[in-house]
Design a protein. Structure first.
Length: 73
């Protein structure tokens, strides 16, 4: 089974407002988490899937010297 927060199994969350939904999406983008956000006013927020994503999902950025590609001009 695919890990939660990936393309094959995105995290699914519920937000009460559009502003809160945008905050959640920005946070997930920074952490490299794929997410589907539903806006449902009057219902309790549910971000359980995002909380379950391991912190190891944070994307690793390599410096150009580590990637084996020579630096540009």
């Amino acid at each position: 089974m695919a890990k939660i927060g990936t393309d094959k199994r995105p995290a699914v969350v519920r937000a009460a407002t559009e502003q809160r939904a945008l905050e959640i999406m920005e946070q997930c983008d920074r952490r490299g988490i794929k997410v589907i956000v539903g806006i449902e006013p009057g219902k309790q927020e549910d971000i359980t899937d995002v909380e379950r994503v391991p912190t190891t999902m944070v994307p690793i950025v390599q410096s150009s010297s580590e990637s084996g590609v020579p630096p540009g001009p």
